[in-house]
Design a protein around this ligand. Structure first.
Ligand SMILES: NC(=O)c1ccc[n+]([C@@H]2O[C@H](COP(=O)([O-])OP(=O)(O)OC[C@H]3O[C@@H](n4cnc5c(N)ncnc54)[C@H](O)[C@@H]3O)[C@@H](O)[C@H]2O)c1
Length: 309
């Protein structure tokens, strides 16, 4: 992850310095970074100019040297609390007092990481997704001690380099992994119960509701589907599959109030008649454009089926 984020920063024209566990690993990391950026340029994914900038990335022999005179320190060492504590303490001790320090942790509590940072008001989680060069979303996770102006600065910085940050709270899995893992668990259960093969489940997710996800999130999709429809479906799921599908109170209340989604002018969000017409037409345009894009691409077929896990 560290290399991918370094490539992204360098491609955006930012001066980057990297380090790893030893000076030799740091030099090897730089060589891999240059190969990676060149490979992206050869594949037509990155301009030659941006790939050249990867050559300009410096290496430092250790954590203190990398943090010296930095404006932003991005920590992406292995996901171990004691290691991250050690690295964050060393970085924050060596960095200028106004430097912002962020961790790419996928799962460790941000408040516990903040404990290791000197001047923790300048520390927060900055959770990227693989592959970082191409995935636009980044979760920004303030600790209880993070200064609000630091959150704003980090969000602006990510937007300026073309990313799409969202500020989220620090509970296990934050938002993205919590939702992704809930989806994965149900997908696995479908295979375990013999409903479908792994390949068939992937096809259903990709081509049915997943087809909409580049454009709309779950609340927009629910509003367009109808919250009354969702409530009925959840009732059937609860009866057949158990309490984990219990209809949440807020959904029942919205349906009772007649807020059933776009069709009634309000659901989780509110829509004027013009906004609704525009939204539904724009939805259709985007789905049609996506179908055209997909038709022009060969299918990504890899791996074989195994119904029994
Ligand atoms: N892999 C993913 O898809 C992904 C996605 C989002 C976030 N993350 C998070 O990013 C972080 C890194 O994950 P990864 O998958 O890149 O792990 P990785 O094991 O590939 O890389 C970890 C790097 O940390 C280095 N390291 C270990 N000890 C060090 C030390 N003492 N000083 C300096 N460097 C040291 C390792 O040599 C290695 O280069 C983790 O916190 C992980 O949870 C990973």
């Amino acid at each position: 992850m560290g290399l991918g984020v370094a490539e992204c920063f360098a491609a955006a024209g930012i001066e980057v310095r990297i380090t790893d566990a030893t000076p030799e690993l740091s030099r090897e990391a730089k060589e891999r970074l240059v190969r990676r950026a060149r490979g992206h340029a050869e594949a037509g994914l990155l301009s030659e100019e941006a790939a050249d900038r990867a050559e300009g990335v410096e290496t430092a022999d250790d954590t203190s040297a990398v943090a010296r005179d930095a404006e932003l320190i991005f920590e992406a060492v292995s996901e171990k609390l004691d290691l991250k504590h050690r690295i964050l303490a060393a970085c924050s001790g060596a960095a200028p007092p106004e430097a912002v320090i962020v961790s790419n942790t996928s799962s460790l509590p941000i408040d516990e990481l903040a404990d290791a940072v000197e001047r923790p008001e300048r520390f927060l989680g900055m959770h990227w997704f693989n592959p970082p060069e191409w995935t636009p979303g980044v979760e920004v996770i303030p600790a209880a001690t993070t200064g609000p102006e630091v959150v704003e600065r980090v969000i602006r910085f990510l937007q300026n380099i073309g990313k799409r940050p969202a500020a989220v709270g620090s509970r296990p899995g934050f938002v993205a992994n919590r939702i992704q893992m809930a989806l994965f668990l149900e997908a696995l259960r479908c295979v375990e119960e013999g409903l479908a093969t792994a390949q068939e489940v992937d096809e259903v997710v990709r081509s049915c509701f997943g087809f909409r996800l580049p454009f709309f999130g779950p609340f927009q999709i629910a509003d367009m589907a109808g919250l009354d429809v969702y409530a009925s479906v959840l009732e059937t799921l609860k009866n057949g599959l158990g309490e984990r599908f219990e209809t949440p109170k807020v959904l029942g209340e919205l349906v009772e109030q007649g807020r059933t989604g776009t069709k009634s002018g309000a659901g989780f969000l509110e829509y004027s008649d013009e906004e609704r017409e525009w939204l539904l037409l724009e939805r259709d345009r985007r789905y049609s454009a996506l179908n055209e894009l997909l038709e022009g691409l060969p299918p990504v077929e890899a791996g074989r089926n195994r119904r029994e896990l």
